[in-house]
Design a protein around this ligand. Sequence first.
Ligand code: HEC
Ligand code: HEC
Length: 296
Amino acid sequence: MSTNNTPHADHEVDSYTGVSTTGHSWDGIKELNNPLPRWWLWTFYITIVWAVGYCFAYPSIPLINGATTGFLGWHSRSAVVQSLTDLQKSRGALMQKLASTPLDQIEQQPELLAFARAAGAAAFANNCAPCHGAGGQGSPGYPNLNANRWLWGGKLDQIYQTILHGARSGDPKGHQGSMPDFGKAGILTPPQIEQVANYVRSLSGLKTEAGADLGAGAKIFADNCAPCHGKDAKGNIKIGSANLTTKVWLYGSSLKTIEAGVTNGHGGVMPYWGGRLDNTTIKALAVFVHTLGGGQ
Ligand code: HEC
Ligand code: HEC
């Protein structure tokens, strides 16, 4: 095989390119003798050798059941199993540490905190996000868990208890108590409800209706609402009565929404998770929620 373009003595030289021809001619069309570069050919041969070696070393040739196994014994499934066991081993150690560390000592240990937050985030996405939103931002009726406005308390242990037992969840240890239906029960008339709703809006600096009698609203509040929401309207985490002086709302701040709540009452259900999720996961969830940004 010739790898240069020196004209063959016995072959005709193409007058246009100066390259010799191979002597093949088809219907007057002649083939120029331009062989492949040597480096290209060698690369080509090496890939062939490599491929044959690979076929012997690794599973490659399909058979009726499976494939040839290859002398290295490598197996895609066993490789996955191995990396999974490695992962579980490293995770298992942290999981055990999380299980055995008291709740109030988790956040002081950076590695454990990071692990608890990651495990909590995964459990949150699976169990909590449908109601509380992917980032815990909430929606009407479902509290925002980032906002540092807590119905049932924002300390780590309080959050843990809420997740464990829920609110109005059917768990006897869960939070109880709800907002009465002052309108439906005939305790307050619609005009009184309008007055107290205006007063409630004034507590967080929201605009009130023109001509609203805030003094009358304040009196209705003191008589009917203060026992649960407090004289200062800052709520009581023992009964989950909302703080009405912040700009964060569970159900909404419009006059209509507040009136509807006072008319029909409220009592949102937060499910209990004790017995549904293991205690280590509940600890991780409590840490995750506590460190979302609104924790106390
Ligand atoms: C079916 C809907 C639903 C699911 C699922 C749910 N929650 Fe809740 N959650 C609620 C509601 C509703 C409330 C408010 C209860 C109330 O009005 O007192 C609440 C309240 C809370 C509170 C108390 C907030 C506060 O202001 O004190 C925390 C903490 C909480 N949820 C965490 C979780 C976590 C963690 C999960 C997942 C394990 C979860 N929730 C799953 C509906 C849900
Ligand atoms: C027996 C206790 C109780 C009394 C009395 C009570 N509330 Fe409530 N209120 C609650 C509870 C508990 C909640 C939270 C309900 C929930 O989480 O679903 C609440 C929630 C609210 C909310 C919703 C806050 C938000 O963030 O959306 C408003 C507004 C409110 N109350 C106003 C009033 C007014 C006005 C009165 C008096 C007319 C009153 N409440 C009397 C217990 C009470």
